[in-house]
Design a binder for this molecule. Structure first.
Ligand code: CA
Ligand code: CA
Length: 583
């Protein structure tokens, strides 16, 4: 009680406090998360997803002294891809592991407090490894999604289940891997399963009880609901989809979203339209491969921007929309899309401000028309119509860059208000892709396409590498610096007021670079590939950095020639925590 009172007094005296805020997690604490250095309450280190910390104790001058404090193993034989961002509250770290597990750990000592292992049924259908990206905190609860498409809320202190809700039918291909987001007392989630003909949507539930408040499908023709009543159809039925294909139209909202309290909009990315064979569905296929902005109160779409209309390459538009404020006070959002282009969009009205490549080789379009917001397609580089193939069973094979694994995939970027730069984990790769006939069958893969991921010629991209951490200026479209990496980058990024950029590599390193120059200042070998975003917080006057290590995810499963190139990488499942060594 005394501690809580002291925290409140300090918070009152100095604005948002560095002191860990004890007790139940409130909406105000969520809103202030990006500024409060004593905790990390949200995926994105703030709901707008900037992954920026105002901490300066670890900085360009002393980061070379960063040393491990503790490491924690997820244990068992379930050492698969670990894409989780931990959250930290009141001295406890909550981190999810592969196979829908959640661990509560003493953030100072690394001692396990409790663990929850979700009982998974046979027949789950995760597309891209048995990963999980993290948990949400609200009130006395820690909430996360599972591979069998459930949402589970546990008591932070005991790990006991407080409520459990079914998101959807896992036997129809639904699953959940993203970290939920808390907005105004609601827990906001999407759905995974875009390769199985599911229908993407956004759900908002009462975070304390799990009761559904509203649901908004992101494919045109489907009805939304609020408080148990109809709340309007999404878009206009059959306006951009032919026949009945919208009924199994994909648009999986599998990476979750961001939220900006100033616009009151939830920004959710949507995946590929289903099936992959675009010749079956002439039209834009709204709102697939888009960012949709949903009013948090009404559950209605306020604006949308489609990054790949009539997608034929699996360029899921799920990537995080990260809002920031320009020098003249405008609220814009940045999005590094799987299709290889970086988009700058007005966060209030969705109007395109800029679109430019952040990878070196793009074959499907030559650029974007900023007036209409539409891509300039290269028609010859769309995978061919199988009905026009020689035997009617395979369309013309095309070479496409980026590959469907994207110029960027699930690994979240960071934005620094100090430098004005986005730090984007980019990949240079291509694929051979072709279309095949397909019909929808519940619970079966619904692609109508085949593919092989390929490396690109060194002469096309200026060297022999796949990954590149790139500092991107959203105002000019210029890449200010880059740090290349042999393997494809698959972890997220964090930046700090200490002038640093942190990110991990599949080769096992957590690295710290100078945010202005890209110069590598520190690295540490974690023993397995890092495919998760780092975090930082402050406890008892010291700054900590943490990252999860454990190679896996989509690359080893679907990476074709690239998977073979990196098949020497070891699996794992650890949390690593660092602070400055006192010499
Ligand atoms: Ca915080
Ligand atoms: Ca997809």
């Amino acid at each position: 009680m005394r501690k809580t009172l002291m925290s409140m007094l300090l918070a009152g005296a100095f604005g948002v406090s560095a002191v860990a805020q004890a007790g139940p997690v409130t909406d105000k604490m969520i809103t202030d998360d990006a500024k409060s250095t004593g905790d990390v309450l949200t995926w994105g280190m703030g709901n707008n997803g900037q992954r920026y910390s105002p901490l300066t104790k670890i900085n360009t001058g002393n980061v070379k002294n960063l040393t491990p404090v503790w490491a924690f193993s997820f244990g068992g034989e379930k050492q698969r891809g670990q894409e989780s961002q931990p959250v930290v509250h009141d001295g406890v770290m909550f981190v999810t592991g592969s196979y829908s597990r959640l661990f509560a750990i003493d953030a100072k000592s690394g001692k396990e407090l409790w663990k929850y292992e979700h009982r998974l049924p046979d027949g789950i259908m995760p597309c891209c490894d048995v990963i999980n990206r993290g948990a949400a905190l609200y009130d006395n609860l820690v909430i996360f999604g599972t591979l069998d498409a459930q949402l589970v809320a546990l008591d932070q202190k005991t790990g006991k289940v407080v409520w459990k809700e079914k998101l959807d039918d896992f036997q129809a291909g639904y699953s959940y891997t993203a970290a939920p987001m808390i907005v105004k007392g609601m827990v906001v989630t999407g759905v995974s399963g875009g390769e199985f003909g599911i229908v993407g949507r956004v759900d908002a539930r009462d975070a304390k009880t799990g009761k559904l408040v509203w649901t908004r499908p992101v494919i045109e023709g489907h009805m939304g609901y609020k408080d148990g009543k109809e709340n309007g159809v999404t878009g206009t039925t059959n306006a951009t989809w032919p026949g009945d294909l919208w009924k199994t139209g994909g648009g999986a909202t599998w990476l979750g979203g961001t939220y900006d309290s100033r616009t009151n909009l939830i920004y959710m990315g949507t995946g590929n339209p289903a099936p992959w064979n675009s010749h079956l569905r002439p039209g834009d296929n709204l709102y697939s491969c888009s960012t949709v902005a949903i009013d948090a109160d009404t559950g209605k779409i306020v604006w949308h921007y489609q990054t790949t209309p009539n997608d034929g390459w699996d360029f899921d538009g799920v990537n995080e929309f990260v809002t920031y404020t320009t020098k003249d006070g405008r609220i814009l959002g940045g999005k590094a899309d799987r299709n290889g282009f970086f988009f700058v969009i007005d966060a209030k009205d969705g109007k395109l401000q800029n679109a430019f490549p952040f990878v070196k080789k793009i074959t499907w379009a030559t650029g974007f028309d900023l007036a209409t917001g539409k891509p300039k397609f290269v028609a010859a580089n769309r995978p061919g119509d199988p009905t026009k193939g020689a035997d009617g069973k395979k369309g013309e094979v095309v070479f496409s860059a980026p590959s469907f694994l994207g110029g960027k995939n699930q690994m979240p970027m960071a934005f620094s208000p100090d430098t004005g730069l986005f730090y984007v984990p980019a990949n240079e790769w291509g694929m051979e892709i072709w279309n095949e006939p397909i019909t929808y069958k519940k619970g079966a893969a619904y692609l109508g396409a085949g593919f092989t991921i390929k490396t690109l010629d060194a002469k096309d991209i200026g060297g022999d590498y796949i990954g590149a951490l790139r500092a991107v200026d959203p105002a000019t479209g210029k890449i200010v610096w880059e740090n290349r990496n042999n393997a494809p980058l698959w972890g997220g990024v964090m930046t700090t007021k200490g002038g640093l950029v942190f990110y991990g590599t599949p080769e096992g390193y957590l690295k710290a670079l100078d945010a202005k120059s890209g110069k590598e200042l520190w690295k540490f070998q974690t023993g397995s590939g890092v495919v998760a975003p780092p975090i930082t917080w402050e406890q008892d006057g010291e700054q900590y950095v943490a990252v999860v290590s454990g190679w896996g995810g989509a690359v080893p499963l679907w990476g074709g020639d690239v998977a073979k190139k990196v098949n020497y990488l070891n699996q794992g499942g650890m949390v690593w925590v660092f602070k400055l060594h006192k010499g």
